[in-house]
Write a protein that binds this ligand. Sequence first.
Ligand SMILES: NC(=O)c1ccc[n+]([C@@H]2O[C@H](COP(=O)([O-])OP(=O)(O)OC[C@H]3O[C@@H](n4cnc5c(N)ncnc54)[C@H](O)[C@@H]3O)[C@@H](O)[C@H]2O)c1
Length: 478
Amino acid sequence: MSDRYATFTRSVVGRRIATSAGLPQPLVLNRWKPNAPAIQGPVLITSGTIEGDAAAIDPTQLVAAGAIAKAVDAAGADIQVSHADLAGDVIRAATDKQALGVYGATSKPVGSIVVDATAIATSEQLAAVYRALHPTAKKVRSSGRIVVVGLDPDLVTDPSKRIAQRALEGFVRSLGKEIGKGRTVNLILLAPGAETAIESTLRFFLSARSAYVDAQVVRIGAVKGDVAPADWDKPLAGKVALVTGAARGIGAAIAEVLHREGATIVGLDIPPLADDLAATLKPLGGESITLDVTADDAPAELSKQLKALHGTVDIIVHNAGITQDRTLARMKPERWDKVIAVNLVAPQRLTDKLIADKVVAKDARVIGLASIAGIAGNNGQTNYGASKAGMIGFVEAYADTFAKTGGTINAVAPGFIETQMTAAIPLTIREAGRRLTSLSQGGLPVDVAETIAWFASPGSAGVNGRVVRVCGQSLIGA
Ligand SMILES: NC(=O)c1ccc[n+]([C@@H]2O[C@H](COP(=O)([O-])OP(=O)(O)OC[C@H]3O[C@@H](n4cnc5c(N)ncnc54)[C@H](O)[C@@H]3O)[C@@H](O)[C@H]2O)c1
């Protein structure tokens, strides 16, 4: 589905009209391209803490700067530090580079900024994030990235520190709404000791892969050992991924991206879409399973077929989903039942059976498709909204089960994504869905797929039981 308004505002006349009328001008977002740098550099790493600061932040409490610098350096991006930033020495030591670029008022624009806000222990000290980004945020290139790293406030015992760390969320969400030019602002919150598990998430948020993920908060838990994949370009090498609803739309994009990241794909869809499924999977060298996920024998049949194909499965993406919209008063019971059956009952039944039959690998990654309709609600979607909020409940309820064996289960909640599903929405609602976002446009199926690939990475072991919206900071229910 083409976005005609966006195309118009990118023409000479359209740009002039949109500028004079103060209308949104959606930029072409910078997405993953082969052979492009993994991280949008150069990256300014800063803590906003400076010598002689009246608010006196203790620089020894900056727990993330070293890990951030190591991750950015390993990804091959140039690092810059701010003049007199108290994190400077830690950053230099972590990278083994004494001569890092020093960022100043006359410096050229940077690709990304990462702020280590972990040492902020009082509300007064929040001035450090102000100091870190007030002079620099607008110096991030178009489609560039800002990431703030703090502590998970729910795990901070000191009341003042907990309040200050909690405040970071409002800062990030507000900056996301005002920064413009396709730039995104996200917040990573660390549990004690989780800085060693930050690399996969930091790489994702600093890369073009997170183009449509804006103003999100991701909590990372501590993990045992080194979880980094052997090859960051193919983190899913050797993994088998099952994608339900893979014949078209978002499911097809998920299959493509997981394959690009190294996984062997098994795609599933309903028998009437067998040809579409085969066409999607052929270029990926993937295998098809055709069944209706709501059929009585679907769990047993899927288990049998996966066993025969690969023995076990490492990644399960519960993407198959439907809508059957009506206001509650007009909704027939079949419409209610069908949506709940496909979107919510089936993922749990299939997962339970695959676990019981030991078809799921110990360090499995399970990812469910929720929706912002499950967070904010939507007119005419009581059934769909319930099923998608239920998906969030599913990942929260199963997180401990997967954690016990080193696995994870998470959900993505897409906002307005350009697919056949959203092409059927009436024009005015469709335009609102696109334009009422911080990025002034709808997302693409690939944006959801990239987020799923990040969850699926071995390096994302510390991210469990979470929901991330892929919605361009949709203002609907934000
Ligand atoms: N498009 C959006 O903007 C959007 C927004 C939020 C969430 N989502 C969710 O993303 C997922 C994919 O959506 P999409 O837009 O690509 O939809 P789509 O209709 O294009 O694709 C859904 C796929 O699921 C398959 N499917 C449906 N019922 C099935 C069943 N009983 N058994 C097996 N397969 C079945 C369909 O055949 C189809 O191939 C869904 O879960 C949807 O709810 C989409």
